[in-house]
Design a protein. Structure first.
Length: 98
C-alpha cells in the first residue's frame, strides 16, 4: 500500500503524462490487461482513458484493473484512470518516505 503523501506525489507526476490506453466498446479483456501490465513494468505510472462507448464506469474499470494487475490505483478523475506499480527491472520513480 502507498501512503497519502506518496499518492499525492504520483498524482502530481500523472498530471504531466498523456493517456497511453483507451478502454472502448471492447471493454477490458486479457490482451488489454497484458498490455497494461507490460506498460506498468516499463513506465511504473500509466494513465488510461475510459471512453463513453465502453459501457463502463471509470471507477468500475479502475477496480477491475487494480484487481487483475495487483497495482495501486492512484486516481480516478472524470474519464481518466491513473495506475502505479513498482517495476521489478526498470525502477524510475522514487516515492517519498520510502
Amino acid at each position: 500500500m502507498i501512503t497519502t503523501k506518496q499518492r499525492a506525489y504520483l498524482r502530481s507526476l500523472a498530471n504531466k503524462i498523456d493517456s497511453i490506453f483507451q478502454i472502448g466498446k471492447g471493454g477490458i479483456e486479457a490482451p488489454f490487461i497484458k498490455q497494461v501490465e507490460d506498460a506498468l513494468e516499463k513506465r511504473e505510472l500509466v494513465k488510461i482513458t475510459v471512453l463513453e462507448n465502453s459501457g463502463m464506469d471509470p471507477r468500475d474499470a479502475h477496480d477491475h484493473l487494480v484487481g487483475a494487475l495487483g497495482c495501486e490505483g492512484v486516481q480516478v478523475i472524470g474519464s481518466k484512470i491513473v495506475l502505479y506499480k513498482e517495476s521489478k527491472n526498470n525502477k524510475k520513480i522514487e516515492l517519498p518516505g520510502k
